[in-house]
Design a protein around this ligand. Structure first.
Ligand SMILES: Nc1ncnc2c1ncn2[C@@H]1O[C@H](COP(=O)(O)OP(=O)(O)OP(=O)(O)O)[C@@H](O)[C@H]1O
Ligand SMILES: [Mg+2]
Length: 312
């Protein structure tokens, strides 16, 4: 298989903090590869290393056939990075910001002029194209930042939380935009702590926690590992001892597993749970403060592996 990124035991420590703690990656060329993980998991640090911004503490990486340590200049020419922290020239317009990046990459005006306006149109930014970026909303700035990563049509693009702070409508626009690059055979790395985003967009993804990959697979493959049942989640009063309730639920023959999460919640996986809901209530005995039933999600995969939510 042709790989866009291959890493071997990649690490980055900041003093005592093991931000990235031995990551082995194999990202196929042309894939949309997700990094899903909570705050502080090490997603941005990994991207900073792979995009040549931050030297690793140890380990190896090969990006598009180039060695990260020895050939970082070659790598820089073939990648695009949309950083988590927005970087824009506030005193320029959106169009000028993108032109400037195009010039930095050595593109000719004939090549970038139309492309810039086409990109701005696809991000619904054309009507404000002549205003200074400092007059833009946060969501508009984020969308300009996404465009600045792709104007030179790089082979490999890193999007670090490209939809952070966007409303649902703009988020859709960015998702469609990113999916278009996949069609054009670029390789895309997308970080997010939004499980729907990771699920919807990734061909394959890793879940990262505390600087380590805790699992890897396609979204359906990962969710499939939790079994075929539904997820039932409910809340009980803080005074209730959940350790007394959990064994009673485990005894139900359609229940596959039960876990306490957070301070007051219980999560279970059961086959055909909706039909059995009254049996669950009978087993719980105490009052439920709320209850939800759903198909399992990538967040449930994370909870299953760590006992925590993606966002506590
Ligand atoms: N320059 C730095 N100096 C010290 N610690 C750092 C530095 N950069 C990152 N860290 C630490 O490394 C860990 C990983 O941070 P990182 O930004 O990679 O996480 P992340 O997965 O991108 O999180 P988020 O979802 O919040 O963006 C955190 O504990 C963070 O505090
Ligand atoms: Mg980050």
């Amino acid at each position: 298989m042709d790989l866009a990124i291959e890493t071997n035991n990649l690490k980055r420590y900041f003093g005592d903090i093991h931000a990235v703690d031995g990551i082995d990656l194999a990202v196929p060329k042309g894939s949309l590869f997700g990094f899903l993980g909570p705050n502080g998991a090490g997603k941005t640090t990994t991207i900073s290393m792979l995009s040549t911004v931050l030297p690793p503490t140890s380990g190896k990486a090969n990006i598009l056939g180039y060695d990260l340590k020895k050939e970082s200049n070659k790598i820089k020419e073939c990648i695009g990075v949309c950083p988590q922290d927005i970087v824009l020239y506030e005193r320029l317009t959106a169009r000028e910001n993108i032109h400037l990046i195009a010039q930095m990459h050595g593109l000719k005006k004939a090549d970038y002029k139309e492309r810039t306006d086409d990109l701005l149109g696809r991000m619904n930014l054309l009507d404000r194209v002549n205003s200074l970026v400092k007059t833009y909303s946060g969501g508009m700035k984020r969308r300009v930042n996404v465009l600045m990563a792709v104007i030179h049509e790089p082979e490999l693009i890193f999007f670090d939380e490209p939809t952070a702070g966007l409303d649902p409508q703009s988020r859709r626009v960015v998702w469609d935009f990113i999916k278009d690059f996949q069609k054009k055979k670029s390789t895309i790395i997308l970080t997010t702590h939004n499980m729907e985003e990771a699920d919807d967009l990734s061909d394959e993804l890793i879940i990262i926690d505390n600087g380590k990959i805790i699992t890897q697979g396609t979204p359906s493959n990962l969710k499939g590992r939790l079994g075929e049942g539904d997820i039932v989640e409910f809340k009980v009063d803080e005074a209730i001892n959940r350790e007394k309730i959990i064994p009673r639920i485990k005894d139900l023959n359609f229940v596959k597993w039960v876990k306490p999460i957070g301070k007051r919640r219980i999560l279970l996986n059961g086959l055909d749970a909706l039909r059995h809901i009254s049996k669950i209530m009978d087993a719980v005995k105490v009052k439920m403060l709320d209850i939800s039933i759903r198909e399992n999600t990538l967040e449930d995969v994370f909870i299953d592996l760590t006992g925590r939510r993606l966002r506590d």
